[in-house]
Design a protein around this ligand. Structure first.
Ligand SMILES: Cc1cc2nc3c(=O)[nH]c(=O)nc-3n(C[C@H](O)[C@H](O)[C@H](O)COP(=O)(O)OP(=O)(O)OC[C@H]3O[C@@H](n4cnc5c(N)ncnc54)[C@H](O)[C@@H]3O)c2cc1C
Length: 387
């Protein structure tokens, strides 16, 4: 056994259960008001349920762990975990605020100047702004440090030229946190030379081109920069040193319940379709899936506990994402097998078929977004001292 990995068992404290009930009540009200449907797969973030993000913000469920002076609520990562979990399980339309809440806000808290923090963070907490992540480029996805999009110093700021790709929500985003090349890599450190910037998406010289997906979603985009001007105070952290920042940002991105719940709705639909007395095959299959889900959840809660303790569980987060995304990717296939003997009727079979159809189409992306399986395994191997 290795001591390099820590997954301490964490029990969610009592205040989390109270919060869970509040979130469930809120979501039930939103569902009955017709804001969204837990059964309907969300095909696009163009159709953000009007006002949903703002109502979530008004409840105090965005920026939950952030300082109060920035509009946050100084609650724990475990409480945030509960809110995220309930939102994902209900299939709530969280896209507009989720990236800002999960990772862009924490980066700003750490690296932005006070003026920017006081301006943007309270608006994130109110559910008013959407963030995108500008890391991948046409020839640098996994190899983030090969990024070529250039930031050239000019009077009072920087001019950005180049292309980012697969940028989720760029077509609706107010801001992007982008990584741009400010100097060449050095002989000793090929990661050197990239700098992180806050990008106002309304800046002249930025063009967003949507990329269609087979599922019908229009989730991500190509973003082209042509002499787009970024003021000096939009530099986040150390010039040429973004590689140090991006690693800890990814610990936030990789460990949450959203990393194994994206196809969860097919499991609930299967349970509904099999009814109260499933046959032995169905019962065994559901039992196995639920046991695996429970283990993933314990690991993910454990990572939330480490974040709460101020640690940077990069390797543990990579493991949760690796195991979690493979589980959610296989889930539609396993559900399809288990559902093969379900007697079709109007109330169950059609919904399950529709859900499965959608989940099968999105499944391939799950082990790519946020870092591919192979790349995560490289990180895990390094963390274990194997490379
Ligand atoms: C739905 C979705 C949303 C996304 N959203 C964003 C976003 O908002 N912002 C953003 O910046 N990016 C985003 N991405 C991009 C994503 O991060 C990249 O697709 C991912 O990092 C892989 O990069 P790539 O597509 O260039 O593939 P490549 O890096 O070219 O990889 C191709 C294959 O080679 C393998 N490979 C590459 N390097 C290694 C290695 N060293 N060892 C072993 N195998 C290797 C990979 O695992 C993969 O199987 C998104 C992707 C998806 C699918």
């Amino acid at each position: 056994m290795t001591a390099a990995l820590t997954f301490d068992p964490i029990r969610l404290p009592p205040e989390c259960e109270k919060l869970r009930q509040e979130v469930r009540t809120f979501l039930a009200e939103e569902i009955s008001a017709g804001t969204f449907s837990p059964q309907r797969a969300q095909k696009s973030d163009d159709t953000d349920a009007p006002g949903f993000s703002k109502r979530v913000g008004a409840r105090g469920w965005i920026g939950m762990t952030w300082p109060k002076k920035y509009g946050g609520h100084e609650r724990s990562f475990l409480e945030r975990y509960v809110v995220t979990e309930e939102m994902r399980v209900a299939n709530a339309p969280v896209r507009r605020f989720f990236v800002a809440d999960r990772q862009s806000g924490p980066v700003l808290i750490r690296y932005a100047n006070e003026r920017i923090k006081m301006d943007i963070l309270p608006r994130i907490c109110r559910g008013e702004v959407c963030f995108a992540i500008g890391m991948s480029e046409p020839n640098s996805g996994s190899d983030l440090f090969a990024a070529k999009t250039k930031a050239t110093k000019t009077d009072g700021g920087w001019l950005i030229n180049g292309t980012k790709i697969w940028t989720t929500s760029a077509h609706v985003a107010d801001y992007m946190l982008g990584i741009f090349r400010t100097s060449a890599p050095t002989k000793d450190n090929r990661r050197h030379g990239l700098t992180q910037f806050l990008v106002d998406m309304k800046t002249p010289g930025i063009t967003v081109n949507p990329i269609g997906q087979i599922s019908g979603q229009s989730e991500f985009n190509e973003v082209v920069f042509e002499d787009a001007f970024m003021p000096d105070d939009h530099v986040l952290g150390e010039i040429d040193g973004a590689w140090k920042q991006a690693t800890s940002e990814l610990a936030y991105e990789r460990s949450g319940p959203e990393r194994f719940l994206e196809t969860y709705y097919v499991l609930t639909e299967l349970v509904r379709a099999l009814g109260r007395e499933p046959d032995l095959r169905g019962a065994e299959g559901i039992g196995r899936l639920v046991a695996q889900l429970h283990t993933l959840r314990r690991m993910s809660v454990s990572v939330a506990g480490m974040l709460q303790a101020g640690k940077e569980p990069v390797v543990e987060a990579a493991i949760v994402k690796d195991v979690g995304t493979i589980w959610e990717q296989q889930l539609p296939h396993r559900v399809r097998n288990l559902a093969a003997f379900v007697e079709p009727n109007v109330s169950n079979h059609e919904t399950l078929e529709r859900q499965l159809d959608f989940a099968m189409k999105i499944a391939p992306k799950l082990t790519l977004q946020g870092g591919t399986t192979e790349v995560l395994r490289g990180i895990i191997a390094r963390g274990l001292g194997l490379r």
